[in-house]
Design a protein around this ligand. Sequence first.
Ligand code: HEM
Length: 435
Amino acid sequence: MSDFNLDTIDIHTPELYLERGYPFAEWDFMRKEAPIFWYERDEIAPFWSITRHADILTISKNADIFVNSKRLRLQSKEDDARQEFSTNLRNEQRGWDPNEVSDFIFMDDPRHRNFRLISAKRFTPAALRKVEGHFAQMSHDFASEFLTELKGAGKRGETTDFVKGFAEKLPLAAIGEMMGLPNGDWKRLKQITNVMIGAPEVDFFNEGEDRNTGVWRAMDEMTDYMIGVIRDREARGPENDDLSTQIVHAMLDGKRLTDQQLQGYLFVILAAGNETTQNAITGGVAALLEHPEQVKLLAENADNEDLIKSCGEEILRWTSPVLQFARTAVEDFELSGHTIKAGEDVGMWYPAANRDPAVFDEPYNFDITRTPNRHLAFGGYGAHFCLGANLARWELRAALRALAPVLPQMELVNGPERCPNLHVSAIHRLEVQAA
Ligand code: HEM
């Protein structure tokens, strides 16, 4: 621990996440030595780095003081500039409002609440109960397909990628079906979102095309796709029951949302749960395979709903698929003895909070029976608490039930391979083989 120095410690370089995974040792050091630390580096705009569970909760619960509308994510100055450039270009080309934000995560209440409420009822346990049986069936089918693939590869002496073979399928199918998007489109949509977060989707890029141009083309294609969905739902009228229809025909202050607002809304619903849930499933399976005694416990008790639930929660804590969100203080605030001044940004590192020994006994023990488990994988219980938390939990549990008999038949070959992204350091590959 003492090897680190607060002046040089690096928790912001995405490429380092590829080499070492999440910087847990660095966060532990910071949580102990400087849990509220003014982080200033050349490549990134400065922010207060927050690593304690209690401080993240305080910030999230004070959404009127720590707002979303100014700086929402920690990313390099280069990425800030690239994002600004492409958003401005798109707005200009499409004649859109330059002052409108990308989606409702960037809004503050009461506007944020009004936008969120358009879809919130679709994500309640009552609404999800209707699709529970279907999720179970899909997970079961995907698990059987995967087992066949795993065994086939084993006979040929080959390994298999768990991400492509299982983990990416359920999140995509679940949200694709809820939104009523044709399943022939899902693969392309997934590829486009992968490009946008930095996954090595080599097939997407044209010959000689640089990354920036490719990412711009991906964003443009996604925008066109969502505009197509909007026109289609308009033509079909408000009667359909899918989530896209509900969003497209929603009324706020007596008006429908604009194309610009609608495509942002549809995109965030499609994308927010895809990489995250896929990461939780992949990271969870990697953790389980590294702990064979926990695989045994799960496989022998797969009909124990309490264990399925606690296992899902431990996987969320352990994997923490979202690295951080930022906020900006709009007035001075005393946070655990530090004054955060109006205009200053804070960055909340959720995985760091999820290893905070003040809240979790032996935080580095992966324990699928852990209860209580007050992790912050879905954020800090404030106004922006993950809209899809129930959906993600139900998907994760369905995946665990279906995978419980498969896990004892597989082995980890290579640990998770990540994408260089400081917001969702998504796992794009996990190599496994038949045991
Ligand atoms: C394991 C999977 C997931 C994780 C770890 C995750 C994590 C998060 C986190 C950390 C936030 C920010 C919370 C805050 O600022 O307080 C968030 C917000 C959000 N999530 Fe998720 N999420 C997951 C799955 C999903 C799914 C399946 C959806 C599907 C719709 C979704 C949609 C959203 C939306 C729309 C927001 C913004 C909410 C708002 O600003 O009001 N997420 N999520």
